[in-house]
Design a binder for this molecule. Structure first.
Ligand SMILES: C[S@@+](CC[C@H](N)C(=O)[O-])C[C@H]1O[C@@H](n2cnc3c(N)ncnc32)[C@H](O)[C@@H]1O
Length: 410
């Protein structure tokens, strides 16, 4: 006889009793979703995994430490039967049938009256994938379909246009250090929905090539600024495009708030009454050293790291950095925008007490195909930058952490 397909439905469980039998791996996987759904959960099981136990300790579920007994499903709306005892599972399943409680069985999908779909979430939508019949059940396949749909929606390769009205405005998106895989899921989604993208030279430039042809891509460095400062011209461009009702993404390298002038842009937009959302990004200050095998902290080696801009020399009156104090720190110094001034910086650190032998690594164009790492010490770094022709963008790491990883291949 042909098997009828399962009827898909979304259960609204807030405040409703759900009984879970068995506190093992199945319960551990399913409980967080039931908790998130607001269910009133009774777990019946002589033992539980440490994670399930923690849920009981936190008051997220009620746990009765005993085996299943007839009557446990009284007043339940839904049951998850997942004990290691097949006979108990069958008895509980029979009780569920008598009481008309929908029940999932981890040991016997055929005997169950409900199945758990493979689920994932994207932008306020739950994607749930079920096989049509018990005979055709293939949980790995349903999970793979779920992953493909959710991933596609997140990265914009699966386009599902919204029919709700989009709020025009600007998203300041931190694009990460350069590798296109290192932007956040949210950043990538906003990029896929943008009408206009104003991009910096740093960051994941490769992503721009993937944008549909109707998206206007503007190179921030090429915005003419005439009587304005370059930053003002960028602010004005953001405001103008947003005022035309467009969704604008300001794509920045790393994180918008780490030497990224993100707050200046947000303030200008706020003054113009333009809604603005900020999407954090992976800053080069941590990720670029990491990509070159350097942890910015390491147990027993560095208990702190300090991120400093080296765009002005230590003796420049515009410098806001207390270099003499930095020279006294024992942790890691990470310098951004410091290639041109590294000679003066190294000299100042040594003059104020840092050992001239302190290891230094310069990582140029980190996380991109052109990444390269050059090693030196405070004594040799100025000369090394010259002889090795190190060019911006580079992150400079100063401290013993430079030496803790396996030896670098340049
Ligand atoms: C204006 S700052 C912007 C920093 C960015 N907001 C961040 O969080 O990474 C630019 C500096 O970041 C560093 N930088 C950014 N991306 C880099 C990369 N992929 N490789 C090396 N350095 C990078 C360089 O020191 C560069 O001069």
């Amino acid at each position: 006889m042909a098997e009828n397909p399962a009827y898909p439905v979304g259960l609204r469980l807030t405040g409703r009793k759900v009984v879970v039998l068995g506190g093992g791996q199945v319960a551990q996987r399913r409980l967080p979703t039931l908790i998130a759904a607001g269910a009133d959960i009774l777990l019946v099981s002589p033992e539980a995994t440490p994670s399930v136990e923690a849920m009981a300790d936190d008051g997220e579920i009620t746990w009765e430490r005993r085996p299943y007994a007839d009557g446990d499903l009284a007043d339940a709306w839904y049951a998850l039967i997942a004990t290691g005892d097949k006979e108990a599972n069958a008895r509980a399943s029979a009780e569920a049938e008598r009481n008309r409680v929908w029940c999932v069985r981890s040991d016997d999908a055929d005997a169950a009256t409900a199945w758990t779909p493979a689920t994932g979430h994207s932008e306020g939508v739950t994607v749930a994938v079920l096989t049509t019949s018990a005979r055709g059940r293939d949980p790995r396949h349903t999970a793979a379909i779920r992953d493909a749909v959710v991933e596609g929606l997140r990265d914009g390769t699966l386009v599902a246009p919204h029919h709700r009205t989009r709020t025009p405005g600007v998203a300041l998106v931190g694009g990460g250090p350069g590798d296109p895989d290192l932007i956040t899921v949210r950043g990538r989604r906003l990029l896929a929905e943008a009408d206009v993208v104003i991009a910096d030279r740093l960051g994941p430039r490769d992503l721009l090539a993937e944008l549909p042809p109707h998206v206007e891509v503007i190179d921030a460095a090429k915005i003419p600024y005439g009587r304005f400062m370059a930053q003002e011209a960028i602010n004005n461009a953001l405001i103008e495009h947003a005022k035309q009702g467009k969704s604008v993404v300001r794509l920045k390298g790393g994180d918008p708030y780490v030497f990224g002038r993100g707050m200046e842009e947000l303030q200008a937009l706020a003054e113009a009454g333009i809604p603005c959302t900020v999407v954090p990004g992976i800053s080069s200050s941590i990720s670029v050293p990491g990509a070159a095998g350097i942890p910015v902290t390491h147990r027993g080696v560095a208990h702190e790291f300090t991120v400093v801009s080296g765009h002005v020399a230590p003796d420049d009156e515009r410098s806001l950095v207390d270099w003499p104090s930095l020279a006294k720190l024992t942790g890691t110094l990470v310098i951004l925008m410091g290639v041109d001034k590294i000679g003066k910086i190294a000299e100042t650190l040594v003059a104020h007490g840092k050992s001239a032998d302190t290891p230094v690594a310069l990582i140029q164009e980190g996380t991109t195909a052109a990444q390269r790492r050059v090693d030196a010490t405070l004594a040799t770094v100025a000369e090394t930058v010259r002889t090795e022709d190190v060019k911006p963008p580079a992150v400079i790491v100063i401290g013993e952490v430079v030496k803790v990883g396996p030896s670098p291949s340049a």
